[in-house]
Design a protein around this ligand. Structure first.
Ligand code: G3P
Length: 217
């Protein structure tokens, strides 16, 4: 499973990229707001840090305007994936932009049927939002599993990008189901390394090592 970093924080992206933990980046208007930076400038910087796809989201809601914004964003760098909302106009824009050879990430997906439409419109990625479904007492992971099954049934090439990933359990579950990609905030990716038994075991080893009185270097 590929790891995308869900942030526009360049320092956090750089740290994860150096470790090989950033196969790509996803941004959205809320994350651009949080960064406090100009969308074109920060997106260009991010595209220089990671080699993989960097999602940049349009804000128009009508297809022709989405297409124009998508072309503008795609011109920032060759690794841009234009992010479009899963609306009828978004699907129309997806068809045109993928036809022009651009990567497209269709976002705000909350149902298997929406994901089916994204695949038929030729999307490179579809982004089902796990955490936001959990927020309203639905099972976000069931959506990932449903999309996986349908895409496999018909051999759709669109990659399932599990988004709105909020916890380490979400990551493990998405990997078990076979999501192609997951995108999570840097803190969630770093938390994957933590386990209380690792901490406890290390404390014990170090305590015993001190008792040996030895040094390695
Ligand atoms: O990639 C989409 C993601 O940013 C949404 O996450 O936590 O705002 O639901 P969240």
């Amino acid at each position: 499973m590929k790891f995308f970093v869900d942030t526009a924080d360049v320092a956090a992206i750089r740290e994860l990229a150096e470790l090989g933990m950033a196969d790509g980046v996803t941004t959205n208007p809320s994350l651009i707001l949080k960064s406090g930076r100009d969308i074109v400038e920060v997106t260009r910087e991010i595209c220089g840090i990671v080699e993989g796809p960097v999602s940049a989201e349009v804000v128009a809601t009508e297809a022709a305007a989405m297409i124009a914004e998508g072309r503008r964003l795609a011109a920032i760098a060759p690794n841009i994936a234009v992010k479009l909302p899963l609306t009828w106009d978004g699907l129309r824009a997806c068809k045109v932009l993928t036809g022009e050879g651009f990567m497209v990430n269709v976002t705000l997906c909350f149902s298997v049927n929406q994901a089916l439409l994204a695949a038929k419109a030729g999307a490179t990625f579809v982004s089902p939002f796990v955490g936001r479904l959990d927020d309203i007492n639905l099972d976000g992971m069931q959506l990932i599993a449903g999309i996986r099954q349908v895409y496999d049934n018909y051999d759709f090439r669109t990659q399932i990008l599990a988004a709105s990933i909020r916890s380490v359990n979400h990551v493990a579950e998405a990997a078990r189901i076979g999501a192609d990609v997951m995108t999570a905030p840097p803190a969630v990716i770093k938390a994957l390394a933590s386990h209380p038994l690792t901490d406890r075991g290390l404390d014990q080893f170090l305590a015993d090592w001190r008792k040996t009185g030895q040094k390695i270097l």
